[in-house]
Design a binder for this molecule. Sequence first.
Ligand code: BES
Ligand code: ZN
Ligand code: ZN
Length: 494
Amino acid sequence: MKSIKFYEKLLNEIEADIEIVIVINKNFDQRFCDNDKELLAEIGFSGEQDEVCILAERRKIFVGANSIDSSDIRSASACAVRALIGKGYKIAKMATYMHHPECTSVLRAQAEGLLLGGYRFEKYKSKKSDKYLHKVRISIEEYNGFNINIPSIQRAINKAVICAEATNFVRDIVNTAPDDCYPETMSNIAKELSENSHHLSIEVLGKKEMEKEGMNALLAVSRASRHEAKLIHLSYRPKEEPIATISLVGKGLTYDSGGLSLKPSDFMTTMKSDKSGGSAVIGILKAVSELNLPVEVHGFIGAVENMIGGDAYKPDDVLRAKNGKTIEVRNTDAEGRLVLADVLCYAQEKVKADYLFDFATLTGACVVGVGQYTSGVMGFATEPIQKVLYAGNTLSGEMVTKLDFNRFLRKSLKSEIADICNISNTRYGGAITAGLFLSEFIDEEHRDKWVHIDIAGPAFVEHIWGENPHGASGAGVRMMTRLIEKLVRNDEHI
Ligand code: BES
Ligand code: ZN
Ligand code: ZN
């Protein structure tokens, strides 16, 4: 799906190949399905959330939504568009969905869902499909019959397009095969982005520069790879005076084989997705710069490949991180925290931020603990964590949940020979012990500004759910963009 356009026309005045109708709360009495009610009942369409039914002869596609909440409408819109892939319809039309005459949040979710659901990754297909939906035309006709404010509708659609396109951009990066997307590729993608925007700038550090910075933990992980590690610092400086400065740190493991603590084959496949955190950071900068938000945002991405070989770092090695702390390596597959340790130190030294967020596919334990659809959120201070929870669960529809630190789990990272060990001595609480490991690299000044977000579950799921297609989801982009938007305008209805 390429584009969404708003038309100041009634539905029956808009030309299209098919009309998308959302059936909300199994309510078929709305004017949009009156004539089709019996037929839908006959073929067993009950209007469950995300259930889809095409009535080809009526040129309509129906999709169920449990309520007119943003997350239900986003998911339903995505499912409708997905069901149209390969069917040959080129243009669809649809009503506007709002839950309140002055609030465009549902419409924004609707537009996002259309673009997110229409995503396809065809880079490696010899034959690209030509049967796909090109456009959705949204009508001035509103589901509840509200009179709508056209400029605010246009703004909402515009924001939806920026956020969804940034998410799809991240999906493309993450879905790209590891031999086509390695650290230098990531830095090139970020460079290209900054060249196309007046407000973005970039600095990339290679091995030599990182040696000078004392980033020995990150460099150890990278050592057995034929691809040089890159530290990407992508910055956005708004034209207006910024109201806040935000640092974002991302785990960009372009491949995680596990290193000498090699992953079993079944666990290694999909590890091209270990660059999801870093890719999300690039996507967030793309969205924030296109939205022209008056916030200064710095993205720091540790782009590294974790491989095996005669030069590989080993369990039993002791590494000295940038802040001088020594780390006993007991498992080379716990590499993300080593990379992030150095990148977090670098980010804090470079920028004194009001908020510091890190995104990482850090632990399988997080997926076990909270399921594959939800991210785990950790940190010391309540306020920034609450912001992430609200921006995730309420505004963006990305599910997030808080995981609590405690001093007993902290003890499980003790090392007999170094300052800290890279794995814990207990089988339990692996997502939290990984977060606690990172916390050792947060300085006093940033302690209450830092939030760690473990996106290991939702970043890459092998089956379709809601607005997410097979493969990369682009987790983190919509959530963080919404958080930053809300810092600027403390108004829920944006
Ligand atoms: N990249 C993985 C975490 C992961 C697992 C992400 C599954 C997505 C899906 C990470 O580097 C890793 O291997 N973590 C280990 C840590 C362990 C050795 C302490 C894990 O979770 O098993
Ligand atoms: Zn690993
Ligand atoms: Zn990893």
